[in-house]
Structures are given as C-alpha cells and as structure tokens.
Design a protein around this ligand. Sequence first.
Ligand SMILES: Nc1nc2c(c(=O)[nH]1)N[C@@H](CN(C=O)c1ccc(C(=O)N[C@@H](CCC(=O)O)C(=O)O)cc1)CN2
Length: 285
Amino acid sequence: MGAQLIDGKAIAAAKRQAMKTRIESMKAQGFVPGLAVILVGENPASMSYVKGKIRDCKEVGIYSELIRFPETVTEERLLAEIDKLNEDKTIHGILVQLPLPSQISEQKVIQAIRPEKDVDGFHPINVGRLVTKQEGFVSCTPAGIIEMLKAIDVPVAGKHVVVVGRSNIVGKPASLLFLNLDATVTICHSKTKPLSKYTQQADILVAAVGREALIHAEDIKPGAIVIDVGMNRNAAGKLVGDVAFEEVKEKAGFITPVPGGVGPMTRVMLLENTLLAADRQNKKG
Ligand SMILES: Nc1nc2c(c(=O)[nH]1)N[C@@H](CN(C=O)c1ccc(C(=O)N[C@@H](CCC(=O)O)C(=O)O)cc1)CN2
C-alpha cells in the first residue's frame, strides 16, 4: 500500500483562509499587521520567494513593504535600514531574504533586527527562547513541519524523530521543536555513518540536507512519516527533494511532495509569525 500524501499546499491555503477573519478583526480594532521584506540583489530564486511573500500578504490582508538594494549595497546601509524599520510602528515583522552577498555578515544583519520583529526566528535571542522552551519566534520551515503533522493528526510525543541536516534555519530548530514536544530526537549530518542505521529507526524522518535522492526506500522503516525539506534541481532542471519520492512513497505511511509540501508551509508560517508579532506589539502598546 502506498503512502498518504501530506498536501502542504492545501494545508497552507486553509490556514491563509482562516487568517483572513483574524486579520479583519485586528483591523476592526484599529490596527493593521505589517511586514517589511528586504531583498538584496537579483538572485532569481530569492526574487521569486520574495514575490510570493508579498503576494501572500496581499491575499490575507497584511500590509507589506518590499525594500530592495543592489548586490553591491554596504553592510552599513543595510543595518541603517533595519534600524529604521525597528522604530517603525507600522511594521511588526522584518525579514531579510537569505542568502546575502559576501560583503555582508548574515549574523550581524540577523542580530540587528529587534527580537520582537524577528519573524524569521533567526535572532540568537529567539533561538535561545526555543532552546529554553520560552515564548519567541520559531523559524518558519520547522514551524511549518509541526503544523503539517498537526493537520494530519499525528502526535509527536514519544515518537522517534530523525532529523537529517543540522542547519541553523531547519535542522537545529526542527530538532529542538520536536524535543520540546516530547519526541526522542536523533540528529544526523554529513559525518553520520552509516546514515541508514539511524534513518531506518525513524517514526518521523525529516530530510533537510539539500542532496537529491539522499533517502531511498531501504533507508526508511515501513509506515514512517517522511518529511522532505530538500529543494534541489535535478539534471532535467526539475525541482526535487532529498527523498527518492517514487520509491519511498511505496513504503512510507505519509510523505510530503516537493514541490507542494514543506515550501508552502514555510510561506504560511511567515504570515502566522507576522500576526503573532503584531498581536504581541499591539498588546504591549
Ligand atoms: N529570510 C529567509 N531566507 C530564506 C528562507 C527563510 O525562511 N527566511 N528560506 C529559504 C527560501 N524560502 C523562503 O524564504 C522558501 C523557499 C521555497 C518555498 C516554496 O514554496 N517552494 C515551492 C517551490 C517553489 C519553486 O517552484 O521554485 C514548494 O516547495 O512547493 C518557500 C519559501 C531560503 N532563504
């Protein structure tokens, strides 16, 4: 029997629909949630992601500003813009699209954003809050993965979750989120040998490495939930994940597609984080 597909696109669409009412009621109370998106350069993928974020904001009724800089912008200029947005009362969330050109320190930029406006959840204060299970912002892709599991009614407590990948954006925060939900977590990476020894034990397997067909059918336990975070272009230029989808879907219990799985959930969680930021800042006054 084949796996059930976890349709991230449909889950995200339902979430956006539900948000519209919430935003209407925020507006009725006299405030409009606002997001500023900073894009440096003309990387086609980044341009397309940013366009999607602005489109999502428009759809649900979030005010958005797109601020663009040339590839050659200085770190100082970028930091000055973030300072301005930190003070702007109409902006509740600030996002700087990554990656940034080499003359700019990503860490400096991330740390310049006020933690209350850090809707990407990348600021060390928000990472620390996740570590210590306090209220903050959680990075959008890991938060989207948890929302997907909620949508299909899969409890996480007591499950063995194996996360392959240890990036600051996905692998590490995903592992912490699962741990905070009482899962038993194993983190694997490029030096884990043999990888399949660990992945075969996973009730929930998260593949977040960025390598096409890293996970094959023999690498998973029958009935496992397989979450594919990979976004790779194959030889034919087609977008594919880290999981060999056609073979793994025959053995898994649930599986996410690429595209249409984790990607749309990443987008919708940015909207959720922006609403959360707006709510918190409105309450503080
Ligand atoms: N500041 C940030 N930069 C980056 C982040 C991030 O969360 N914050 N993540 C990625 C890019 N990203 C969002 O910014 C992102 C990538 C892909 C998708 C998505 O919906 N993908 C689609 C397929 C799109 C395609 O066809 O090319 C899918 O999976 O269905 C959403 C968000 C790096 N930078």
